[in-house]
Design a protein around this ligand. Sequence first.
Ligand code: FRU
Length: 660
Amino acid sequence: MRPNLMSARFLLFVSLLLLGSAFVAPAAQRGYQFRPTTNDIVFADFDGNDWGTWTATGDAFGSSPARGTLPAQQPVSGYQGRGLVNSFVQGDKSTGKLVSPPFAIKLPYLNFLIGGGNHPGEVCINLIIDGRVAYSATGGDSEHLRWHTWQLFPVMKKTAHLEVVDQHTGGWGHILIDQITMTAQARVSPYVNDAVTLAMTSQMEAAPRAEADATHPVFHFAAPAYWMNDPNGPVYFKDYYHIFYQHNPFGEQWGHMHWGHARSRDLITWKHLPIALWPSKELGEEHVFSGCATTNNRGELITLYTSIGNRSASDYAEQWAALGDNLGNTFEKHRANPILSEKLHGDLKVYDWRDPFIFRHQGVTYLVCGGNLNQAKGGQAVVLLYEALNGELTQWKFRGELFRHPDSNVKNIECPNFFKLGSRWVLIISPHAKVQYFTGDFDPVAGKFTYSQRGLMDYGDSYYAPNCMEDLKGRRILWGWLRGFKDGRGWNGCLTLPRILNLEPDGSLGQIPVPELSRLQGEAQTLGVTEIRHATNFVQGFASDTFEIDAEIECADAQEFGFLLRASLDGSRAVPLVQESGRLRLAATSAPLPKPEPGHTVRLRIFSDHSVFEVYANGRLCLSQIAYPDEKERALALYASGGGIKLRSFKVWPMQALEF
Ligand code: FRU
């Protein structure tokens, strides 16, 4: 599809890894202590009289484990028990390999003591899975053995074997290994890039398949591959828009929640950055759930998110932070975690407590989280308010319930967004159903929001969990997650177009796509003022599977009118966008939209992007939908039945892909 795709992708991958290793400091281990459990598996302690089930070849390892320092070797220390692997047999010049029997990966951490030379690839211990080196480690040119931990959760249940390699004959051409154990907890902080490198390797390996899929959107933002859900932490930082998102780098389904990350100067050209946040298994973290990003009083980029742990049931969810490097490209978990824990609530029990969102007002920094107070039984879905007690944003006070949902059938609130827009305050919530907004007033003294107007953010079934930011131009920009794609394509999920929110005079929310998107428009095809009566008119010569339409239509006396999007040449197959009896229908979903009176027009902006369809009516009502037209169906038609319509204006542009 694009020239030099593979080499460009490879360069991107290498540069991402370099970026990752340049900026990511070793994972924070403060206060962490390894606690052995009875389930730990001692895989090899090399205390026996021979290699047992291991096989040694070459002359570096000798016929049995060493008993410590070998002749002419500097003193070896740090090993445990009687013996260890020491490939200094006959000095540095000897070479060889020591191979373990195959084993199943039953626990998520493999720990071992390692010392000896630092010759990656030549003097190393490798974990081989499916015939390939999945993990590798070397010593640090030292005769003292130190603990090293690999995090294996992405390869759990696979069959693997270990090989200890010595292929270097010069100085430090030997390796020391001891006490190989598989544990439920990390022995030491896993080398940080094990986690992120594996995640990114997995993601990048799947990317060509995702990109080659003809249903993959091209001008809607998506992860390089695999599963994504909520947009997280959109923020403008040091000349870039940053967007993060819930991401499973290991598959097409929800799971292993990480934060994917990309940045752009202009919302059109994006760069995927290293995965920003991954579950710190060594700190008991299972998932990195949704959250926000902002700058603290030191000018640092800080993300706040819900950490889901395998901690005790009562602190299953905590709000954690991670600090960015000075460019906001890579992140390290904050030493003060948890930043907010359940203890803040005193006796109040909050269920499904998650998805922090920060806002500022009159010099005070606040945060809201969603949840419910009655185990999601309905009627007590709430948004809770917190106030920052320090500029670093690591200490918070609970202010109480900002908002309780008025509908008793709403059981829980996810992903609250709360901000001022024009003269009003806006609350956007994801209630496990269509996303709702409320506009009204915020009383910071009482810590209460009262609404006077409400509506839906998008009438499509596919839209959920939006998140927003204010940019330097003062624009409130919001992205939603589009969900419900078919499995089996190497990807699942994308974001809506970035939308600018504005407050309409009646207190309802208006939404329009950012004007930057016009940079993706190809050559426009325009129709003059045209009347269509009892007819279907094809747009002559038009054939595209990615396009934008901007049309103003006066109904005149038509009973029904609309578009055939991605139509077959005879119009018998198409994705229909229909204005009929008070509703605007897009394929399987619809929104209430009164038919324009004769003389009045409806303005429709329609974006068609392979399997993604996004419609804006009169700059207010949004309808997003997933559909799978046949690849060949690229014609476009307008029709009117039971009377006529007048096209006041009509333009269609083929749309190009976002640049990565
Ligand atoms: C919304 C949501 C959030 C949660 C995240 C987990 O889609 O359920 O509440 O933080 O997804 O992926």
